[in-house]
Design a protein around this ligand. Structure first.
Ligand code: GLY
Length: 310
């Protein structure tokens, strides 16, 4: 079986000064996952490790570097799926967890599919996952952005060269830079897996949950394909975009065409913006987005270096 891995660092607007940073982090994450695959590791291990690397990288909206809610908290969501067993684990609205994707993996190994909030945090402690501090997750960049939005009502990062976008606290439509991260892979045994992690959307209402921890919405994996999404989560959730992309592949469509068809559907049915990555059983990768950018990187057999893009 052909191995492959593709990762994304979020769809939205990536300004030119941040493009190289976004690309480099994806490259590093893809290589971390690829080395696991090359050494005989599973697709599940590869996508978890790749997403952990992106969570640890302060330049993405997941783990360290996640955006703040309107009341100044960091609430994290993540989901992971093994396409062979159809086993799923997800967490939503967790605080003080450095790597939510690894907590989602623990949920996957439990009788549950999704744990949220306080229960998820108690579960983390039971599983030996320590709490981190707020400061371990907070970056100066996200704090400044939040502080400015509270005092001026505008998001300082929203296309600053052209205009400053007004921020209404709690309105999900105000953030168009979707920094969700994700990875999908196929291993030498032909097993597919998907993983996705996010801090949600900037200035979101406390308790708001998007597509990222919802199976079939922000991520999905089965025997044919694995998918991870990034974008305005409400739109991905109402259209079950990840599952739709998997169904396109099951119907005989290539990974690339499935990604494009799913994004076309998102735009046509919900006027939604974002992107997604797909890997299929033959080891082909696909990706598509309808926002300005989507940071991504992939490794497939025959490549010496990851191919990256934004
Ligand atoms: N796609 C991430 C979110 O909407 O929360």
């Amino acid at each position: 079986m052909s191995m492959a891995i593709i990762v994304h660092g979020g769809a939205g607007t990536i300004t030119s000064d941040r493009a190289e940073i976004a690309r480099a982090g994806c490259r590093e994450a893809a290589l971390i996952g690829w080395r696991i695959l090359e050494n005989g590791g599973s697709a599940l291990e590869a996508v978890e490790a790749a997403v952990r690397a992106l969570e640890d990288n302060p330049n993405y909206n997941a783990g360290k570097g996640a955006c703040l809610t309107v009341d100044g908290r960091i609430e994290l969501d993540a989901g992971i799926m093994d396409g062979k067993k159809l086993s799923v684990g997800a967490v939503a609205c967790v605080e003080y967890i450095k790597n939510p994707i690894s907590l989602a993996r623990k949920v996957m190994e439990s009788p549950y599919v999704l744990l949220v909030g306080r229960g998820a945090q108690e579960f983390a402690l039971e599983q030996g996952i320590p709490q981190c501090s707020f400061g371990d997750l907070l970056t100066e960049r996200q704090y400044k952005r939040w502080k400015e939005a509270q005092s001026t009502g505008v998001d300082a990062e929203e296309e600053p060269r052209y205009h400053r976008r007004e921020v209404t606290p709690g309105s999900p439509r105000n953030e168009e830079k979707h920094g969700t991260v994700g990875a999908v892979a196929i291993d030498t045994s032909g097993v597919l897996a998907a993983a996705t992690s996010t801090g949600g959307i900037f200035n979101q209402y406390p308790g708001r949950v998007g597509d990222t921890p919802l199976v079939g919405c922000g991520f999905y994996a089965d025997e044919n394909a694995a998918i991870s999404c990034t974008g305005q989560g409400e739109d991905f959730a109402r259209l079950l975009i990840a599952k739709r992309a998997a169904d396109f592949v099951a119907g005989g469509v290539s990974a690339r065409d499935a990604a494009e068809a799913a994004i076309a559907l998102l735009g046509a049915k919900a006027e939604g913006t974002g992107g997604l990555i797909v890997v299929d059983r033959p080891g082909n990768v696909g990706f598509a987005w309808n926002s300005e950018n989507m940071a991504h990187a992939f490794m497939t057999e025959g490549l010496d270096e990851p191919i990256t893009g934004v």
